[in-house]
Unconditional design. Structure first.
Length: 367
């Protein structure tokens, strides 16, 4: 333990510093972009299953998009809904360029959300495909920001999505802190062209790149992975990836799930581990082991059974994590969340260990 934890800490901290460099670089590239002279045509694709509670907020935000109406379309795929979503969508004739696809028949091996998205992609008439979820609210300037960030060389674009719930509470703030870390990891990966992770809440890519990568082939039978597993497939065909941190492009994800559903969602996301490439499995295993060692080292430090090397390692870990997380929080306009870091020191590793085990060994339910 005296040698193992310090060595792991040096590797872990070096990794975080390397990630921070990638985030800073890709955001610096984004800041250099100027407003283009043309408006590119964009297809918005959203899969919705039993989202009757969220559809009004989503559609209201889509109706307010500040973008030429002849330059975009909205495709909502009603995915086997039985809560009145079909009937509600049929009444929304005032939404500009809205196309509804009522999808009730899956075509194996495609299942679930991917089958619904496949329908939307096939019927999209434009090359640039923008995705969000049915429980999200898009900002008025969403398409303008996509138009600015998505240059001729760009094949993939990602932006942050913030979780909101009324009343706002500490749990939501903790979720947003953790989410910002995941997005920072994704942003660094896009810069280095290493597909660590992604998010379907606020994602844009070219239809051509999707087709060149054989779409959802090979992952279509999985309930999850229309973002990160797809990015792993697409990365070899991506010429340039971008990350837009601006609040003007950030979508809002409405947190209306109960704790049980949130718990199942975390298990479902973690269950994708077995489908990761070997190098990503190795990285996850390294972090899993390191977090276990962290709790042992912390226990030793509290009970005054640790040496100087372990104490210095704990300080190095804290400094590296704070520098990495605070830098990205500030870049996405969420710097005030940094005060939660002292709590995240203990919560995030436990969360990672618990759901890592549950996702690998357990089962989950999905709507």
């Amino acid at each position: 333990m005296k040698k193992c934890f310090p060595l792991f800490t040096i590797l872990y901290s070096t990794f975080l510093i390397w990630l921070k460099r990638g985030v800073d670089k890709i955001i610096a590239e984004e800041k250099k972009k100027s407003v283009p002279d043309i408006f590119q045509s964009i297809s918005i694709i959203i899969a919705a299953r039993n989202e009757i509670k969220n559809l009004p907020n989503l559609l209201n935000s889509l109706a307010c998009l500040d973008y030429p109406r002849d330059k975009y379309e909205i495709i909502i795929v009603n995915d086997h809904s039985n809560d009145g979503s079909k009937e509600y969508l049929a009444t929304q004739k005032n939404i500009p360029n809205l196309k509804i696809i009522n999808f009730y028949r899956e075509t194996p091996p495609l299942t679930g959300k991917k089958a619904a998205l496949q329908q939307g992609i096939e019927q999209a008439q434009y090359e640039i495909l923008a995705f969000t979820d049915a429980d999200c609210i898009v900002p008025v300037s969403w398409l303008q920001e996509i138009n600015r960030s998505f240059t001729k060389e760009t094949d993939y674009l990602l932006s942050y999505s913030v979780i909101k719930r009324k009343p706002d509470d500490s749990i939501i703030r903790l979720k947003n802190f953790e989410r910002s870390v995941n997005y920072a990891l994704a942003a660094a990966g896009l810069y280095y062209k290493i597909p660590f992770t992604s998010s379907a809440c606020n994602m844009v890519y070219r239809k051509k790149t999707f087709l060149e990568s054989s779409g959802f082939e090979g992952i279509g039978h999985l309930r999850s992975g229309d973002d990160d597993l797809l990015l792993i497939k697409m990365m070899p065909n991506i010429r340039k990836a971008a990350y837009n941190p601006n609040t003007a492009m950030q979508v809002t994800s409405i947190d209306g799930t109960d704790r049980k559903k949130h718990h199942q969602t975390n298990i479902r996301r973690a269950s994708k581990f077995k489908y990761y490439p070997w190098w990503l499995k190795g990285l996850c295993a390294f972090i899993f082991i390191y977090f276990c060692l962290f709790y042992i080292a912390l226990w030793q430090a509290i009970h005054k059974k640790s040496g100087k090397a372990i104490k210095l390692s704990l300080l190095l870990k804290t400094a590296a994590e704070f520098a990495f997380s605070y830098s990205h929080l500030r870049q996405i306009g969420r710097g005030k969340l940094a005060f939660l870091y002292p709590l995240q020191i203990f919560v995030f590793p436990l969360h990672f260990i618990f759901y890592g085990l549950r996702g690998t060994l357990g089962k989950y339910t999905w709507k």
